[in-house]
Design a protein around this ligand. Structure first.
Ligand SMILES: *Cc1c(COP(=O)(O)O)cnc(C)c1O
Length: 428
């Protein structure tokens, strides 16, 4: 018993904390919360229920969370220039499910961005779309622009008349063509859903086009990727009717309670993004481009060179000459550089266990204060492991030494600016 208990505590607290503090995390879908967001995250709200919408709950005792939740929705509207928002989906996938379910009945069609242009599994027949019985129509891909082929996509939309179109993705370097396709989907009576899970923080900081201002009817997102809040989801709208229909679907179809402790932490993150979001988002995009250039200059095959490599937080590299994605990701992990193997546009889906590429995201290293010079160091460390074939264990010592300088989270309020007692303090 004691041994198991010790194990639970040490794996959770010290082992994993040390892992994070001693490695360079380049997973494109993760981030670090600010110290102040973290302080308000650990609260009694994690024990409570508040089914329904603020001020119209099915439970008593919810008056404070009512206020916090409506404030959080208003902050979303302010930051993203939307009219309505709902922060109750507990994840990006649940946000997608709620919107998709409203826009189509089982047996209807939905058009999605090509998987090569980064569509998420929840957009596909293998994920949420399939679970809802909605038929997937994949739009054509243009290898030259690494994006949806707009002319061919318009034809497919006119022929197939899908109920909705999903743009936005998990692996993409350049914005999807929202403006170009919104008229096409509207001309067949459909809606445009933009899944901003990855780029929500970039949109917040003005470094990525805001899809709501370019014809999207609903924007879904995760609140923990480039947007550096607690894990959760959100949906943003301008159309009142659509907002009301989706809200009625989120509860009671896809959630009952919505994990209340993430609401104040999301609010703190929104306030921090209002203050620091521009600098943060610009730093991410310039770091991504710099890392791409530094990798290319060291002999890596970086995708999108003819388009300036990237406009997002991501960089994609083809590591077939370094032994393939699976091997490269594993070697880098041994050296303390954490990222994931990824399918590249030419890979068949069956290559998922050993794809051609690596996906790199720089939002978390940006958050701990890294800039262009540090991108050069990271490129050099990767070069040592994958091209010069130095011993990963030896490189790992360099990684740990380098990582020591970056202990503080940037682009956020000073945690000492507020006296926040956490639940732990209150319990002694
Ligand atoms: C990560 C991701 C999701 C899923 O978000 P969760 O919050 O993990 O459920 C949905 N869509 C896209 C494009 C994503 O990248």
């Amino acid at each position: 018993m004691d041994e198991l208990l010790d194990k639970v505590v040490s794996l959770t607290v010290s082992s994993n904390r040390d892992r994070v503090l001693n490695t360079i995390n380049l997973i494109a879908s993760e981030n670090l919360m600010s110290p102040l967001a973290l302080r308000v995250y650990i609260s009694d709200f994690m024990h409570r229920y508040a089914e329904g919408k603020p001020f119209k709950r099915y439970y008593q005792g919810t008056y404070y969370i009512d206020e916090l939740e409506s404030m959080t929705n208003e902050l979303f509207n302010k930051l993203f220039n939307s009219r309505y928002s709902d922060v109750r989906p507990v994840s990006g996938t649940i946000a997608n499910a709620s919107v998709f379910r409203v826009l189509a009945e089982p047996g209807d069609k939905a058009a999605i961005a090509p998987v090569q242009a980064g569509a998420h599994v929840s957009h596909t027949k293998f994920g949420t779309l399939g679970a809802l019985g909605i038929i997937q129509v994949e739009l054509p891909y243009d290898p030259e622009s690494m994006n949806v082929d707009v002319d061919k996509a318009v034809k497919v939309i006119e022929e197939e008349e899908p109920r909705f179109l999903v743009l936005g993705g998990s692996v993409y370097l350049f914005p999807h063509p929202v403006e170009d396709l919104s008229n096409a989907i509207k001309s067949v009576g459909g809606k445009l859903v933009y899944d901003a899970a990855h780029v929500l923080g970039l949109i917040a900081g003005g470094a990525w086009p805001n899809p709501l201002e370019r014809g999207a009817d609903a924007v879904t997102g995760s609140t923990h990727k480039t947007f550096p809040g607690p894990q959760g989801g959100v949906v943003l709208f301008n159309d009142k009717d659509l907002y009301k229909r989706v809200s009625k679907t989120i509860f009671p179809w896809f959630i009952s309670n919505h994990h209340l402790h993430r609401i104040p932490a999301t609010a703190v993150t929104l306030l921090e993004m209002m203050e620091y979001g521009r600098d943060y988002a610009n730093a991410i995009v310039s770091n991504a481009r710099r890392l791409a250039e530094e990798l290319a200059s060291r002999g890596f095959k970086v995708l999108g060179e003819h388009l300036g490599y990237t406009r997002s937080h991501q960089v994609l590299i083809d590591v077939r000459s370094q032994g393939g994605g699976a091997k490269a990701a594993k070697l880098l992990e041994e050296a303390g550089i954490i990222l994931n193997k990824n399918l590249l546009p030419w890979d068949p889906p069956s290559a998922v266990q050993d794809p051609s590429g690596l996906r790199i995201g720089v939002q978390e290293v940006t958050r701990i204060g890294m800039k262009g010079g540090e991108m050069e160091v990271i490129a050099e460390l990767m070069h040592k492991v994958l091209i010069k074939r130095e011993d990963p264990k030896k490189v790992r010592r360099e990684v740990e030494e380098f990582r020591k300088e970056y202990r503080r989270i940037h682009y956020c309020f000073d945690p000492r600016s507020r006296q926040v007692e956490t639940l732990l303090d209150l319990l002694g």
